[in-house]
Design a protein around this ligand. Structure first.
Ligand code: EPZ
Length: 427
């Protein structure tokens, strides 16, 4: 196990190059299963979740090579239609392989994905949508067995909620299905658009992505392509937040403002000045951030749930009281206890968190609870007085490439250290 040790109070200043988006790379790696031939993904982030997805691809019969930020996938034929539990458990979003394996093999066997730190992660919408396309499921002993007796066929599907994962699974199942699929109430996240752009390069017939209705005309076969993964908008807002919370300045390169356009107005409302350019974005933080009266998370284009913890860390030090409302996940306030331990004044009631900004936070020993909650603790540690230790940083490594090296490059006093295992201490 490892931890991040942070000595806070240093205003960040400098340039950061933003890595590719985890939440785009993962569904696109699953989509590579559908392609005959070689697929090259550029700007692919070096993250534990991406490496886990490559292991699933390899198990299924793909050949993955990772060189720096380029992943090449070669799929000639599937070797298996089964994803073993160990691989399924390595990352929560492995369920997005279901649509791709069904689309390619017509059968799929996966362990039923469990919940995660964000609460139960049901897949009812995924299964109901795929059932309408001809899939049949049985669950036995935690194993989900899927078949498509008459092959996958197009359908008119209405998602009860614009689920990102369910939208991705429908896209992956529909591109090789017979006939047209019309998906209503589809998720509109930018990562869905990136997936659709990738599939279109491979020969898929897709229109409407980014809007609530997506149309997919099934084709016979898909070929490989070369595709650059879009920038990671959540990692981007995380690093902008690191400069904002420390009263610093940052030039974020490798992206323009567009992927973060539903978060930047809130940063400006908090007193940050932003200067967008075609391939970079500058941020100038105020001496002290201002509170935001009300911030609710919503499906895209609303304020993203993945940014909630990041903004809560910033608002913990803002001048005034902010009210946050988490409307996407049931259990996405697990970072609050750690922020309170560092001196934040936060009260949670159901989906609502009231944050009364304080003048200063104090460093403390905390443990990351989930990916974005862990990032929020790092941001709080960067601004806190004294030393903060963030443990369980495997959560953070799922979504941020060597966060400590990136932050150190702009002046943060942060190092990664090994944590001796409990067993050794007993000896
Ligand atoms: C994706 O998760 C992202 N993960 C999440 O990012 C992100 O927070 C989420 O979308 C919302 O934007 C990846 O893309 C790998 P959902 P996903 O299906 O697809 C409920 C991060 O930090 N639901 O849109 O799992 C579900 O329980 C991660 O990078 C059902 O009830 O999200 C949740 O409450 C965390 N039944 C809500 O919908 C279903 O069948 C949104 O889930 C599916 C979802």
């Amino acid at each position: 196990m490892q931890k991040l040790v942070i000595d806070g109070g240093v205003p960040l200043e400098g340039e950061i190059f933003l890595h590719g988006a985890k939440n785009s790379a993962l569904p696109i790696l699953a989509a590579a299963l559908l392609c005959n031939g070689e697929t090259t993904l550029e700007n692919c982030p070096r993250l534990t979740d991406v490496f886990a997805a490559c292991r699933i691809l390899t198990h299924l019969g793909g050949r993955c090579t990772i060189q720096e930020h380029t992943v090449t996938v070669q799929v000639r034929a599937l070797r298996s239609d089964t994803i073993p539990e160990a691989l399924m458990q390595e990352m929560r979003s492995s369920i997005i392989f279901l649509g791709a394996v069904l689309g390619r093999a017509g059968t799929c066997h996966v362990s039923y994905p469990g919940g995660c730190e964000l609460g139960p992660r049901p897949i009812d919408m995924h299964l109901e949508a795929l059932r309408q396309m001809g899939a049949r499921f049985s669950v036995c002993g935690g194993q989900l067995d899927c078949t498509v007796p008459d092959g996958l066929h197009g359908a008119v599907i209405h998602l009860p909620f614009p689920s990102v994962g369910a939208t991705e699974n429908v896209l992956l199942a529909a591109v090789l299905a017979k006939g047209e699929t019309v998906l209503h109430n589809a998720a509109r996240e930018p990562e869905i658009c990136d997936l659709a752009a990738f599939l279109r390069k491979c020969g898929a017939k897709i229109s409407g992505e980014g809007e609530s209705t997506i149309r997919i005309e099934g084709t016979e076969r898909l070929h490989g392509c070369v595709h650059a993964i879009m920038p990671d908008r959540i990692a981007g807002i995380t690093y902008l937040g690191a400069a904002a919370i420390t009263g610093g300045t940052l030039c974020l390169k490798g992206t323009d403002a567009q992927p973060m356009e539903n978060m930047l107005p809130t940063l400006e409302q908090m007193g940050c000045r932003l200067y967008p350019e075609p391939d970079r974005l500058h941020l100038l933080a105020p001496r002290r951030l201002r509170a935001v009266p009300f911030l609710r998370t919503m499906p895209h284009p609303g304020f993203p749930t993945d940014a909630q913890a990041i903004f809560m860390a910033m608002l913990s030090l803002a001048d005034g009281v902010s009210v946050l409302e988490e409307n996407i996940f049931e259990n996405r306030y697990r970072h609050v206890d750690a922020l309170v331990k560092m001196g934040a004044r936060i009260h949670v009631s159901g989906r609502t968190a009231v944050v009364a900004g304080v003048r200063a936070l104090s460093g403390a020993a905390v443990s990351a609870t989930d990916l974005r909650g862990g990032a929020a603790m790092v941001l709080a540690g960067l601004a806190a007085q004294g030393r903060t230790e963030v443990r369980q940083i495997s959560h953070i490594d799922r979504g941020y490439e060597t966060m400590e090296l990136v932050l150190r490059s702009v002046g943060a006093q942060i190092v990664r250290k090994d944590v001796p295992s409990e067993g050794l201490l007993r000896i």
